[in-house]
Design a binder for this molecule. Structure first.
Ligand SMILES: [Ca+2]
Ligand SMILES: [Ca+2]
Length: 618
């Protein structure tokens, strides 16, 4: 028997084909985030009105698939009051008529699945629209609905205008102010809590009827074949309970933030990441896992949006005792939080290693995000010359990648006049601060070509197109060597290679002040492994790669480069000595260290033979 085990081990080692566990689709998928109202307007309701729709997305599926994306995430498309563009939901089970119908969504899901891709929806459990019938019933204290939201008549705090409030809790969106609001016509109802806007009251997630309803929403869309949910603003799900006198606890003032109008002026110990939140996430995970088993199918996933600290994000993944699974993919916002235009190589390496070593539990999957509908676009934040670098980083690091629509062509933020601002928080700001506080700028129409409004719509778009659309658009870059679009396409297709789907070894190190590099290596050296070199800095740097990565071969072969690089595909780079990286240069190269493998195989065979000879009991 012992000899048989030795022989099998011997053959596996010799073949280089190590058995590996099959991965679920989400573990390596590349996600494409679409903001539907600015993607493509097809005139779903008879004529174009400058508002994108589901049929527009379906029309562009060949484009999305051709780029190599594997999953689409749609920001909310449900019946909305349009004050927060979809995040204020009036009916969770109905597609808003501007986007189309439930049947249009079903058609889109089927078309996505026919291409072998996945599609997930946004799920907004923290709050709904103040126009939602549930809130209306709650205002009127209709039986069983009176405590669907957080109501109180107890006031223990006075705001800056000496007006009594239940506590000092602040809202996030728009101008600074209390998160507690009144209904003028119903003074007897007292105050209701709304983290984001008085038009978006927070649900009382301790009410089982509310969580049962939310679960029914998930089931509704799962039954329509949706593959999962991105869960919005979930860190705000629960708030601390009032004491026996009904008094809500004030939050402590943050001594590090003197600006009282900044949300971080308070330390949000009572309104974020409350203990009950994690049990709710674990219950959703179990619900989805049960659904998967019931349907005998692939994973239905949840991605959670939380900008919380590392220790808290760990709990989003897994309970402390390891017994309860949480979100499949808690969003990793480290690139957004920690990387600035003046970040250096150490910042990048620390950001990546800290996340992988200290946050992601063993066996769990990470993800990388550089932008979304709440952030300045990459080209606006870091400069157009860094677009390829950041797209390379997001797609080549281990785990899943998330790309916000338009980043593949290096789109910039729009720059609308104040009068053209539409979102609720921004319209309440003064014109000066609006320029940078409005999220609408990051949600400009997709630039398809240089026709009217970038080809998004012949009607006036709800947000003006970026003024760069005449040159920065899909048509201008399609098929053009070293365009952002073609580089992104190459990166996404390369991601499908074994080294990225299954890589066994990842190692990232600084090379110089602004240059860093990482490897994606397979134990099976019959396959290609990859080496990614990036200079984030605005000046050339000389790097000595072999001193940091001594096991690399002296020569590696270029696969993909960013736009500034002069290296061509399949060109050999000699890294046995120092060489110069251009400013903003990024290089993805491959190598095959099968020679090293042959040596290790011989050593292993030798070890086995010795073991058999001396008849060790192993
Ligand atoms: Ca439309
Ligand atoms: Ca809440």
């Amino acid at each position: 028997m012992k000899q048989v085990i030795v022989l099998i081990t011997f053959l596996i080692v010799l073949s280089g084909n190590f058995p590996c566990e099959a991965k679920e689709w989400y573990e390596t998928a590349s996600f494409y985030q679409i903001y539907p109202q600015t993607f493509l307007d097809t005139g779903v309701n008879g004529e174009k009105e400058g508002f994108g729709d589901l049929r527009g997305i379906q029309q562009k599926l060949d484009y999305i698939e051709g780029l190599g994306f594997e999953c689409i995430w749609l920001t909310p498309i449900f019946k909305t009051s349009y004050r927060s563009f979809g995040y204020d939901i009036v009916d969770y089970k109905e597609v808003d008529s501007r986007f189309g119908t439930n049947q249009d969504l079903k058609n889109l899901i089927d078309a996505v699945h026919a291409k072998g891709m996945k599609i997930i929806l946004d799920f907004v459990p923290n709050h709904c629209s103040s126009d939602n019938e549930f809130f209306n019933k709650s205002i009127n204290a209709v039986e069983d609905y009176d405590d669907w939201f957080l109501w109180t008549n107890v006031t223990n705090y006075k705001d800056e205008d000496e007006k009594p409030k239940p506590s000092n809790w602040q809202r996030i969106g728009g101008p600074p102010g209390s998160a507690w609001n009144n209904i003028e016509e119903k003074p007897e109802r007292g105050f209701f809590y709304a983290q984001f806007s008085e038009h978006m009251p927070d649900f009382n997630l301790r009410n089982e009827n509310v969580t049962k309803y939310l679960e029914s929403v998930m089931k509704f869309w799962l039954d329509l074949s949706i593959d999962g949910f991105r869960i919005d603003a979930i860190s705000h799900g629960f708030e601390a309970l009032p004491n026996e006198e009904g008094i809500y606890p004030d939050e402590d003032v943050n001594p590090a933030e003197n600006n009282t109008s900044n949300f971080n002026h308070l330390i949000h110990t009572h309104t974020q990441d409350q203990p009950e939140l994690f049990d709710l996430i674990y219950s959703w995970r179990k619900f989805l896992d049960d659904y998967q088993v019931e349907k005998n199918g692939e994973a239905r996933i949840i991605m959670t949006e939380s900008y919380s600290s590392n220790d808290v994000i760990k709990k989003y993944y897994l309970s402390a005792d390891g017994k309860h699974e949480g979100a499949h993919l808690p969003f990793n916002f480290q690139m957004i939080n920690k990387i600035k235009a003046n970040s250096n190589a150490t910042d990048f390496v620390d950001m990546v290693t800290d996340w992988l070593d200290n946050v992601v539990p063993p066996g769990k999957v990470t993800n990388w995000v550089i932008g979304n509908h709440d952030q300045e676009r990459v080209a606006t934040r870091f400069g157009i010359e860094r677009v390829d670098i950041l797209n390379t980083l997001v797609t080549m690091l281990p785990g899943t990648s998330v790309t916000y629509y338009g980043e593949e062509i290096g789109m910039e933020d729009s720059c609308a006049e104040y009068a053209e601002t539409k979102d609720d928080p921004a319209t309440k700001c003064d014109t000066q601060s609006t320029i940078r506080t409005s999220d609408a700028w990051h949600r400009a129409p997709m630039a398809w070509d240089n026709s009217t409004n970038g080809g998004f719509s012949s009607a006036k778009p709800w947000m003006p197109a970026s003024d760069k659309f005449a040159t920065v658009n899909v048509k201008a870059q399609e098929g053009v060597d070293k365009s952002h679009l073609e580089i992104h396409r190459q990166l996404l297709h390369l991601r499908k290679e074994k080294a990225f789907k299954e890589s066994d070894k990842f190692d990232i190190k600084t090379l110089n002040t602004n240059s860093f590099a990482f490897i994606r290596e397979l134990d099976d050296k019959n396959e290609k492994s990859y080496f990614v070199i990036i200079n984030f800095g605005g000046s050339a740097e000389t790097v000595d790669i072999k001193s940091k990565f001594p096991d690399l071969p002296d020569t590696i072969t270029v696969e993909i480069t960013g736009g500034v690089s002069e290296y061509a595909k399949d060109e050999q780079i000699y890294i046995g000595e120092e060489f110069e990286l251009k400013k903003f240069e990024s290089i993805v190269a491959f190598y095959n260290s099968s020679m090293n493998l042959i040596v290790s195989k011989i050593l292993f065979m030798f070890f086995i033979i010795i073991c058999v000879i001396v008849n060790l009991n192993f």
